[in-house]
Design a protein around this ligand. Structure first.
Ligand SMILES: Nc1ncnc2c1ncn2[C@@H]1O[C@H](COP(=O)(O)OP(=O)(O)OP(=O)(O)O)[C@@H](O)[C@H]1O
Ligand SMILES: [Mg+2]
Ligand SMILES: [Zn+2]
Length: 583
């Protein structure tokens, strides 16, 4: 009972404790004695060919069939779709499903067809004849289909569709509205889509129809935002635990020259004959890294958005049937990928947000067997991503959260994710399944005040000469490799390259530096400028400390299996997770 309560809240927030309403709803939701319960159980077995519900599925179905509005937050691959597909079969009329991608809808339609569930779609690629038939079916009392999939664009643009929905609503044939990947409503989610913002019209026009919003990753802020955008008054939020206990999380420093080499070694040795994904930054990287791995006798193929759809599905299919071992992919390889025995997800480049990382790494170990999620954390990549997300309102802040996650050396990686996703978390639950917990206290606390003054002085000097420096130039200059005119005036450091990079990242994350973008017709440049806290360094008493991994100048991090577990200390990463709004 406690377990369920833990994941069951009512109202707008998923973490504000359990009020009376939530307890009542919980008891209601878990009851097996609804008028529809027998039919639901029978269809689960006979139509979907599943023997039992997974956690929260029954509660979600009962709540939505009782007419409640619902947000369902459940990790990828745990079975969210069933929570609207099964009720659709047991209701009068049809359920309207909003999904962001045509390819996602097609996957679902194919699956539904294979189990004989009548489902249809109208989207930009539907023929006139098909659309006409679907539109007519919407107001047909015999309900020729039980699920209607549309893109949000259709809702936003097609008055004809809206008028048919209205007619169906008045006839009592619009059973439910399911908004899949509901985080797309919010700019704070990781995949904002402008047309999702207009979906509030549905609940305004059809207030009596229950709405269910589904997502794998949403913080309580994102959910609050979605609630407002979708005009849902008092939704119930069901949250399945975000933790994936079988995944081992690890961050490694990336040295560009040998990153692919290291990845190849891992694949050949640790993951011999096992399936996995290598995520990369760009389409070009996907091609280059895949070719590099092939040269090292690894069966790898690229996957990215510019490939022909038929080539993409061929790669997907070959990988699913183990004809190739590795897909080297951009984020285009994501939604709808449902392979159970993925044993490793390696990030050749960091993700652009923690939400993205959680989703991408979450493709590992869906069969509940153990799997590794390894990130190669590279200095230059931060700025490549930063310029890529420059147009997104929340892009820099989300990237900084990801960078802080990678830079962290003293907090359990799960604890950091838990905080990010507003989960209640108990330190012991990691079971040494992340590099930080395994390394124990393998870090030192360094006073970097003097270093900070030196490197800030370099940027200050450049700016007084009307010059802009990229982070790489700052590193070079500080290490004595810059142009001769700087060398005379700057204090060259004796720190290693990795230490220099870590300090610059630290200063950027903590506001001593900030980003200064400059646009040319061909590209966007990232320069470092002084941040709002740089002036504090003029004060002789101001000091900055940072935690660094011991021996971090030596490429890879050692893994001590039996080292003492380190407990979370709130003093680390000063202010960052408590006050992410500053970034
Ligand atoms: N009760 C169940 N028992 C066993 N398998 C199930 C159950 N419910 C769903 N599944 C299976 O789980 C897989 C993933 O389901 P689904 O596509 O709904 O995931 P999802 O939660 O929507 O994930 P994503 O966030 O990736 O979209 C499907 O293959 C589905 O058949
Ligand atoms: Mg889904
Ligand atoms: Zn841990």
């Amino acid at each position: 009972r406690n377990l369920v309560l833990h994941h069951f809240t009512s109202g707008s927030s998923a973490v504000n404790g359990y009020n009376e309403v939530s307890v009542i709803f919980m008891l209601v939701a878990l009851s097996p004695d609804f008028s529809w319960s027998k039919e639901v159980q029978a269809k689960l077995c006979n139509v979907f060919q599943l023997s039992k519900f997974r956690p929260l599925q029954r509660a979600a179905i009962n709540l939505s069939m009782s007419g409640k509005d619902l947000f369902l937050v459940m990790p990828t691959g745990r079975g969210k779709s069933l929570c609207y597909q099964l009720p659709a079969l047991c209701s009068k009329g049809f359920t309207l499903v909003i999904a962001p991608l045509v390819s996602l809808m097609e996957d679902q339609l194919m699956y539904l067809k294979s189990i004989n569930v009548p489902a249809v779609t109208v989207n930009a690629s539907s023929t006139k004849e098909d659309s006409k038939q679907v539109l007519a079916g919407m107001t047909d009392k015999n309900s020729p289909f039980k699920l209607l999939y549309v893109t949000p664009e259709k809702i936003a643009k097609s008055k004809l569709l809206m008028s048919k929905l209205e007619k169906a609503y008045n006839m009592g044939l619009l059973a439910c509205i399911a908004v899949d990947e509901v985080h797309c409503c919010s700019q704070w989610g990781h995949d904002f889509r402008p047309d999702y913002k207009l979906l509030g019209i549905l609940k305004r026009q059809f207030p009596k129809v229950p709405l269910v919003g589904l997502t794998a990753t949403a913080t309580s802020n994102v959910l609050k935002d979605c609630q407002k955008i979708l005009c849902v008054q008092e939704p119930i939020t069901l949250t399945a635990p975000f933790n994936r206990p079988n995944l081992y999380y690890e961050i490694r420093f990336k040295h560009n020259e040998d990153c692919t080499h290291q990845i190849a070694e891992l694949i050949r040795e640790r993951y011999k004959n096992q399936s996995g994904i290598v995520y990369v930054f760009s389409q070009k990287d996907a091609e280059v890294v895949a070719t590099d791995l092939q040269k090292r006798n690894i069966l790898a193929q690229p996957y990215h958005a510019s490939m022909e759809p038929s080539d993409k599905s061929l790669v997907h299919q070959r990988w699913s049937s183990k004809k190739i071992q590795v897909v080297v992919a951009t984020v285009a390889f994501g939604m709808g990928i449902d392979k159970a025995d993925v044993r490793f997800v390696i990030h050749h480049t960091i993700s652009k947000s923690i939400e993205n990382y959680y989703q991408e790494s979450g493709r590992a170990g869906r069969d509940d067997g153990s799997a590794d999620c390894i990130v190669f954390f590279g200095f230059a990549d931060i700025f490549r991503i930063s310029t890529m997300v420059v147009m997104e309102n929340t892009g820099q802040q989300k990237l900084k959260n990801m960078v802080a996650y990678c830079q962290n050396v003293d907090r359990c990686r799960r604890a950091m994710m838990a905080i990010h996703f507003d989960e209640v978390w108990n330190d012991d639950e990691c079971n040494q399944m992340c590099d930080v917990c395994r390394h124990g206290n393998d870090y030192i606390t360094m006073d970097i005040t003097k270093h900070a003054r030196d490197v800030v002085a370099i940027v200050e000097m450049a700016s007084s000469m009307d010059e802009k420096l990229t982070p790489l130039k700052v590193c070079d200059a500080w290490m004595g490799k810059g142009p001769a005119k700087y060398r005379k005036t700057i204090k060259v450091t004796s720190l290693s390259r990795v230490e220099v990079e870590s300090i610059i990242i630290h200063l950027l994350l903590h506001g001593y530096f900030s980003e200064d973008f400059s646009f040319t017709p061909y590209t966007t440049h990232f320069y470092l400028k002084l941040g709002r806290k740089a002036a504090l360094l003029k004060n002789g008493n101001h000091s900055i400390t940072m935690k660094m991994r011991r021996g971090m100048s030596h490429a890879t991090v050692r893994v001590h299996k039996f080292s003492r577990r380190f407990h979370i200390s709130c003093a680390s990463a000063p202010g960052f997770f408590n006050d992410s709004s500053k970034f």
